[in-house]
Write a protein that binds this ligand. Structure first.
Ligand code: HEM
Length: 207
């Protein structure tokens, strides 16, 4: 920390109130950012209000202005920006800085993996419902409790049809069963509420 002070002249300090944007793509294109006080939510943002949080920065964390992420103050925040060239020198003099950096990047990587998984899972969910509805339409047999579909495929085969793993398929089946939409038997699936399944599909596709 003492050594950090040597570089203080190169730091530019900023303060932000709660909810204020701390950084966004292009705001600090050639600076490294050091959080001095408060917490910052780092996220990706897309049209229609879609946001994906990747990590939360705390005091002492190092981040960077050259990413496509946005940062929002979760509480009053102070932050120093450090020119990239100065930061490179600091890294040489204080190699321990690298540990903090790896921690932040590791956390952001985990956040990114969570986002990827949730997107894959969401899509697989829509694809499974579409597939079940298609089977119900083509080979479904009306029975007193709904429509029964005979299964000619293994779980692995169904999973690959919707581009997911067997484990994800089991989770999806469990969700649909918990919602009282289907009942999975050994060699068949009972669709208990065809109308609600169609409705969910339309909603999920944004129609
Ligand atoms: C000496 C310091 C650094 C150098 C020379 C450096 C260099 C680079 C370069 C060349 C890229 C690729 C840019 C592109 O493809 O447009 C990049 C991307 C990235 N860097 Fe750094 N970086 C440094 C420090 C940091 C630090 C401290 C962090 C965060 C803790 C960081 C996080 C990132 C991230 C998240 C990306 C991906 C950006 C995106 O595509 O959204 N970098 N960096």
């Amino acid at each position: 920390m003492e050594k950090l002070k040597e570089y203080q002249d190169f730091f530019t300090e900023y303060s932000f109130t709660r909810k204020e944007m701390v950084f966004f793509p292009g705001k600090f294109p050639s600076s490294i950012l050091l959080i001095l006080k408060g917490k910052v939510r780092v996220y990706l943002s897309y049209p229609h209000g879609k946001e994906f949080t990747l990590t939360i920065l705390s005091p002492g964390d190092v981040y960077s202005g050259h990413t496509r992420t946005f940062g929002q103050a979760l509480e009053p925040v102070s932050m120093a920006s450090i020119p990239m060239e100065v930061f490179k020198e600091m890294l040489q003099k204080m190699p321990n800085l690298v540990f903090g950096l790896v921690g932040v990047l590791g956390d952001a990587l985990r956040g990114s993996m969570d986002v990827i998984e949730s997107l894959v899972f969401e899509e697989a969910d829509v694809r499974l419902i579409s597939l079940l509805l298609e089977w119900a339409r083509h080979n479904g047999k009306p029975v007193p409790r709904g429509v029964e579909i005979k299964l000619d495929f293994t779980r692995e085969e169904i999973a690959s049809m919707i581009g997911s793993s067997r484990q994800t398929l089991n989770n999806l089946f469990r969700n649909l069963m918990n919602e009282q939409l289907i009942e999975v038997q050994n060699k068949s699936i009972l669709i208990k509420d065809l109308d609600r399944m169609r409705h969910i599909l339309r909603e999920r596709k944004g129609e």
